[in-house]
Design a protein around this ligand. Structure first.
Ligand code: NAD
Ligand code: MG
Length: 388
């Protein structure tokens, strides 16, 4: 059997490190074509020395010389800059993990899609901002999109693609994040450290804040709509604090199918890595007696306005999801930098959506232009908030 060649976009992040761990455990199954990170030279170089990719790339041009020096004599080629990241995605790996955070991952993910690769998609923001155009590119290139987000991996595993017309509903589960039972008054004072302390999952800073605002579930709603071609009004969200049921699909005969597991991203990553077969993963085994109770509650749209905004953006269509995502990225970065408060995140997204009426996006270039426009507007709104 030939080994599957893989490229990891975002290998130094939370998803990236878990992917590296799984690949390293199976040198009989995988060889590495390229590893890509933003600027964490030391970690990237250490991964490269162990996994021996053909190439290691940093997005930050300033980190290029340090990477070249760190891998000097290793026989591994290095490069730096956003174009080099796209070129890395174009290299002929059969399987690509798209685990860059944010819309910055759109161009390289699309490059892998356009050459017909099997793309394991963790980077939900690129589907949110380029949705139907991205899905059209997947179809045109004959690429395969495998969801890595735990909810979408769950749905993918129980979704009957041979009789899509029998799917009545998709139900996305949400942990509710660290502020699930916190009042809006208390949320106003929450610090970045409190927001990134997720009760069940260990993740990068941006998605951790998204979980605290529940924008993450809003982005996942849009992601599910595109991945499974299910209309917005047939996708429900239920809060399930134990994060054991990762999501569900309800069928016309009343059956509801779910995928369960301990909250550990190595399971959905392994599913995508092994697909269409399963490979072993070291995630803690689910002990239902120890979990004892699985509970559910309706999400609270008053305390978590981001959920309402994401649903509205999906209903509005056109550029609204692109604007929602871009404004959210800017607002989360400002919150993490201590420039705005926690409640200002959703407020910034809402005001940016109000300021930019929806326009049709006919190409990826249109998407990137609208993304930039929304970022500029969100920054402007934040500037005024923090100066007032
Ligand atoms: P992270 O911040 O831990 O890692 C991000 C990775 O992307 C790092 O390797 C970083 O170097 C790289 N990167 C950042 N900007 C880049 C750029 N401009 N060019 C190239 N590389 C860049 O984030 P994460 O938690 O691993 O999340 C990655 C993606 O996966 C996000 O879209 C997130 O929503 C999604 N996701 C994550 C989890 C999780 O458990 N962490 C679960 C589901 C989905
Ligand atoms: Mg998720």
């Amino acid at each position: 059997m030939t080994r599957r060649s893989v490229t990891i976009l975002g290998s130094t992040g939370s998803i990236g490190k878990n992917t590296v761990e799984l690949i390293e455990a199976r040198p009989d199954l995988y060889c590495v074509e390229a590893l890509v990170a933003n600027s964490s030279v030391e970690l990237l170089a250490a991964q490269a020395r162990r996994l021996k990719p053909k190439m290691a790339v940093v997005a930050d041009p300033a980190a290029g010389p340090a990477l070249r020096q760190a891998l000097d004599g290793s026989g591994i080629a290095t490069a730096a800059g956003p174009e080099a990241v796209v070129a890395a995605a174009e290299r002929p790996a059969e399987w690509v993990m798209a685990a860059i955070v944010g819309a910055a991952g759109l161009a390289p993910t699309l490059a892998a899609v356009r050459r017909g690769a099997v793309v394991a998609l963790a980077n939900k923001e690129c589907l949110v901002c380029a949705g139907s155009l991205m899905i059209a590119e997947v179809a045109r290139a004959g690429a395969t999109l495998l969801p890595v987000d735990s909810e979408h991996s769950a749905i993918f595993q129980v979704f009957d693609f041979s009789q899509v017309d029998t799917v009545e509903k998709i139900v996305l589960t949400a942990s509710g994040g660290p502020f699930r039972s916190v009042s809006r008054e208390a949320m106003a004072a929450m610090t970045p450290q409190q927001a990134v302390a997720h009760p069940n999952w260990s993740m990068g800073a941006k998605i951790s804040v998204d979980s605290a605002t529940m924008m993450n579930k809003g982005l996942e709603l849009i992601e599910a709509h595109h991945l499974f071609a299910i209309p917005e009004d047939r996708i429900d969200i239920v809060v399930h604090p134990q994060s054991v049921i990762h999501s569900l699909v309800a069928y016309v005969d009343g059956s509801v199918l779910a995928q369960l597991g301990s909250p550990d991203m190595r399971t959905p990553i392994a599913y995508a890595l092994g697909w269409p077969r399963r490979i072993p993963a070291p995630s803690p085994r689910l002990d239902l007696a120890a979990v004892a109770n699985l509970t559910f509650e309706a999400p609270d749209p008053e305390r978590f306005p981001a959920l309402r905004l994401a649903r509205l953006a999906l209903q509005t269509g056109k550029s609204a999801p692109t604007v929602l995502n871009a404004a959210n990225e800017v607002a989360v970065a400002a919150f993490l930098a201590g420039r705005i408060g926690f409640l200002d995140i959703a407020a910034t997204v809402e005001r940016t959506l109000e300021a930019l009426p929806p326009v049709a996006l006919d190409s990826i270039e249109d998407v990137l232009a609208e993304d930039q426009r929304a970022r500029a507007r969100a920054r402007d709104l934040i500037e005024r908030t923090s100066n007032s």
